[in-house]
Design a protein around this ligand. Structure first.
Ligand SMILES: Nc1ncnc2c1ncn2[C@@H]1O[C@H](COP(=O)(O)OP(=O)(O)OP(=O)(O)O)[C@@H](O)[C@H]1O
Length: 255
């Protein structure tokens, strides 16, 4: 594997020789990588290579068969239910399909995580909602229902909701899915803006190279159940590894 070692001890997410199978289907076969604090790491790989499975280990929705999945130095599978709940409160998760509740307004959707996880007053919650809607450039969307807004706006609301609790870690699962190129571009710029302003550590599962190029500091290529390549984004997009060249196609080498 092409490996990048961080000089910093401040590793927020660490996969160490993680194996995961479903029945006789081996998906992760010794995957190892690290994400230092504040870094945005992309996860790329063919369909079914285990990108979403990897993300779900970080949030404790899946447990590895062996190996360690550490978040801030603690092995996630060893956490108690209570500790896991606390960890999840500090994570933002951006789903493929915004996952908004249709009968609640945008503002009510954003309020939910705060009502569930904090003791903030109504006016403090309102202030936070206004701040996050402004951050994702839709300051006037609060009173709208999800059915009244476009796919791109839904994605922005999904981002605002993931950010509402000021998470230390953000997990993005195909943030460009279902968006036309122009809207995808604006979402990617927004994700980069969030990374620069918010300094959260992030993992991004995405197929589109434009997203990876705009948003990610480094990229891991999953192949054969392992992190086959791990490089800075610019190097990743000028691949030398044969499997990665094949995956990205000639377009990337000319990037
Ligand atoms: N809970 C589960 N039970 C059984 N099989 C599962 C489960 N979750 C994932 N899989 C299988 O693991 C494999 C990897 O799934 P995953 O969703 O991680 O792929 P992916 O790399 O994200 O692919 P895509 O790019 O197509 O979304 C797939 O074959 C999937 O069917």
């Amino acid at each position: 594997m092409t490996d990048l070692k961080s000089s910093s001890e401040d590793i927020i997410i660490r996969f160490k020789d993680v194996y995961k199978s479903f029945g006789r289907h081996d998906i992760l076969k010794g995957i190892s990588f690290e994400v230092p604090r504040g870094q945005v790491l992309g996860l790329m790989g063919g369909s079914g290579t285990g990108k979403s499975v990897t993300l779900r280990h970080v949030i404790g929705l899946l447990k590895p068969d062996s190996g360690r999945v550490e978040v801030e130095g603690r092995n996630v599978p060893d956490l108690t239910k209570h500790e896991l709940a606390d960890l999840r409160k500090r994570m933002g998760y951006v789903f493929q399909e915004g996952a908004l509740i249709n009968w609640l307004t945008v503002a009510e959707n954003l309020a939910l995580p705060l009502q569930e996880n904090t003791k903030l007053s109504k006016s403090e919650i309102d202030d936070l909602i206004a701040e996050k809607l402004k951050m994702v450039h839709i300051p006037d969307a609060g009173e709208k229902l999800p059915s009244e807004i476009s796919g791109g706006m839904k994605k922005r609301v999904g981002l605002a909701r993931a950010l509402i609790t000021d998470p230390d870690i953000i997990l993005y699962d195909e943030p460009n899915a279902g968006l036309d190129p122009q809207i995808a571009r604006s979402i990617n710029e927004l994700m980069r803006e969030i990374a620069d302003q918010h300094h959260a550590t992030a993992l991004v599962v995405e197929h589109r190279l434009e997203c990876i190029e705009t948003v990610c500091d480094e990229v891991v290529f999953l192949y054969g159940g392992k992190a086959l390549v791990h490089e800075k984004t610019a190097d990743f997009l000028r691949p030398t590894h044969p499997q990665l060249i094949e995956f990205l196609g000639p377009e990337a080498r000319n990037a």
